[in-house]
Write a protein that binds this ligand. Structure first.
Ligand SMILES: [Zn+2]
Length: 242
């Protein structure tokens, strides 16, 4: 089927964390999907001149759909949890919800957060935990080719507000150069207009462009059952379609 899926917590996680990878997978002919656990209703970094607090959920939903279109994503699936409540949700139920979606789509490539959720956001860490539980408990009715935990290089990736923390370079297995699609990634990030102030304040976007040292995307590769894989050298290419 040649499908890839990214599973994240809030609208904007996908574009910031792996926008360049999503764009390039789609270019290579992968059918790409996203699962977003919430609609980002609890954001405090939104643009108050542009949207009222009570409209944040529906507006951010539209922003994610627009970003997805820019990145060539085929479909966005929402789990409809409330933002900032994932820790409190019933874990078994959430794992089941995710399993139903994944088993229907059977994506060969699965992307989600690394253990610390990159930024240590509790929602991010919870999505990671749900996904690992799902994989380790054998909830999938098929064998994915690989699972990638999205991260950043913690030597270079830290933004002013500490948003991107990341992993030690020795834990990172996969480094994808996104220079060629950096402008397209910036457009996808900027589609999250309610988050503009945060995106500019943290230095990710400078003068409408992606900051120079954010032109690689980093992953920790696991096998299809969520176990670590040993690679002789770092993987620098996206997987070819089967
Ligand atoms: Zn997030």
């Amino acid at each position: 089927m040649n499908r890839a899926i990214g599973i994240f917590a809030h609208p904007d996680d996908e574009a910031i964390i792996m926008g360049g990878t999503l764009i390039q997978l789609a270019e290579m002919g992968w059918e790409t999907h996203l699962i977003c656990a919430t609609k980002g209703e609890a954001s405090t970094a939104y643009d108050r001149d542009y949207v009222k607090k009570e409209d944040l959920g529906p507006v951010r939903e539209q922003e994610l759909l627009r970003a997805a279109e820019i990145m060539g994503v085929t479909k966005v699936h929402f789990l409809d949890y409330m933002d900032a409540t994932l820790v409190e949700q019933d874990e078994a139920e959430a794992v089941e919800k995710l399993a139903v979606r994944l088993n229907a789509l059977q994506p060969e490539l699965i992307y989600t957060f690394e253990v610390n959720g990159i930024s240590h956001h509790p929602d991010h860490k919870t999505v990671h935990r749900w996904m690992m539980k799902l994989l380790h408990e054998g909830k999938l009715n098929y064998a994915p080719e690989a699972v990638y935990l999205a991260t950043v290089d913690n030597r270079a990736g830290r933004l002013k507000n500490g948003l991107l923390m990341g992993s030690p370079i020795e834990d990172i297995t996969t480094i994808i150069d996104i220079e060629r699609v950096a402008d397209q990634k910036a457009k996808a990030i900027l589609a999250h207009r309610t988050q503009m102030k945060m995106l500019i304040n943290n230095g990710l976007i400078v003068d409408g462009a992606l900051q120079r040292n954010h032109r690689h995307e980093y992953f920790i590769k696991l096998d299809g059952s969520g176990q670590p894989v040993q690679l002789k050298e770092k993987e620098m290419q996206l997987p070819a379609k089967r």
